[in-house]
Ligand binder design. Structure first.
Ligand SMILES: Cc1cc2nc3c(=O)[nH]c(=O)nc-3n(C[C@H](O)[C@H](O)[C@H](O)COP(=O)(O)O)c2cc1C
Length: 174
């Protein structure tokens, strides 16, 4: 049986809620969910599809303070593990009205860091239907993963998560 892993950070807010929503779209027998701090990274090769979810909360958290960030700690651990043959996908929370120049930038970091592992990146998502000016989390007309906006477009979330997870299941053959 193919196995799915959902890793998220931070806890107790929109990201965790969305991670649990993503989890609910998969069968519980084949899916595990952890916050990134509680997860034992050496177990990551047990999974076929690895989904990472986080929010963008200011560029300095991602780029300047390399060691003081739970995702960066995770990336340093995972970069020595060969994930070729595995699939990886991302979802990102952001606010397109307050941060239109940096909407869901974190999706770009996820893509850059996880490309070092050899995993196959899936789950690009169209930028159509969002209003923002720039993002490090996109290229051309697509984001590098599912962009969610609980601050401005919560009404679209349910449908977006369903459609995106259906897409992942199809690609991975779940
Ligand atoms: C200090 C701060 C900085 C933020 N910076 C960005 C940003 O650069 N880009 C973006 O799209 N959203 C930004 N946001 C919005 C959050 O990503 C969004 O509200 C998200 O849903 C928060 O998730 P959480 O409740 O799990 O923390 C920022 C929010 C805060 C509080």
């Amino acid at each position: 049986m193919k196995k799915v892993l959902i890793l998220f950070w931070g806890k107790g807010g929109n990201v965790e809620r969305m991670a649990r929503k993503v989890y609910s779209m998969f069968s519980p027998e084949q899916t595990d969910i952890f916050d990134v701090v509680s997860f034992d990274v050496s177990k990551i090769t047990d999974y076929d599809l690895i989904i990472l979810g986080g929010s963008t909360v200011g560029a300095e958290l991602w780029t300047d303070v390399k060691d003081d960030n739970e995702w960066n700690r995770f990336f340093r651990k995972v970069e020595d593990i060969d994930l070729s043959g595995k699939y990886v996908a991302f979802f990102g929370l952001g606010d397109q009205v307050l941060y239109p120049d940096h909407y869901v930038d974190a999706l770009g970091i996820f893509k850059e860091e996880m490309s070092k592992t050899g995993a196959t990146h899936i789950g690009n998502w169209p930028t159509e239907g969002y209003r923002f000016t720039d993002s490090d989390g996109m290229e051309g007309d697509h984001f590098f993963g599912l962009a969610l906006d609980e601050d401005r477009q919560a009404e679209f979330t349910e449908k977006r998560v369903k459609k995106w997870t259906d897409l992942l299941k199809k690609e991975v053959g779940l």
